[in-house]
Design a protein around this ligand. Structure first.
Ligand code: 5GP
Ligand code: ZN
Length: 114
């Protein structure tokens, strides 16, 4: 989708600090980081959000999580731990409607989340 900012990042049309990519996914640093490590993992394919990740996308959903693990190892937060967040819709405050997995780490997290 040409009007989707994350499609444009995946295509390389908008610059981003890419930390990992392969044929299916791209991972890049969030411009408004909420932790010392804050990386977004997205599929190259436009999928609007986690609600749309049905059975047809089970393999792709797994790849997002696997890429997040790879990012965690690269960013040296695998041992201390990290949090994965995927927001869907208004009450979860999803703001970009191209599905993305937040990888947050480098500090102690709180629970319950805000
Ligand atoms: P959401 O609230 O939809 O779960 O998360 C969207 C995230 O995308 C936010 O954390 C926001 O800071 C990040 N973001 C929005 N626009 C851009 C952008 O152009 N580049 C990067 N790297 N991150 C972005
Ligand atoms: Zn998109």
């Amino acid at each position: 989708m040409e009007d989707c900012i994350f499609c444009r990042i995946a295509a390389g049309d908008i610059p981003a600090q890419v930390v990992y990519q392969d044929d299916d996914v791209v991972a890049f640093r969030d411009t408004n980081p909420q932790a010392p490590v804050h990386v977004l993992v997205i599929p190259r394919e436009h999928v609007p959000g986690p609600l749309a990740l049905g059975d047809d996308y089970a393999a792709l959903a797994g790849k997002l999580v696997a890429a997040a693990a790879q990012v965690a190892r690269q960013e040296d937060i695998a041992d201390t731990g990290y949090r994965l967040v995927m927001n869907e819709g208004r009450q979860a405050q999803q703001s970009v409607f191209h599905v993305h997995l937040h990888v947050l780490g480098g500090r102690a997290m709180h629970w319950p989340p805000g």
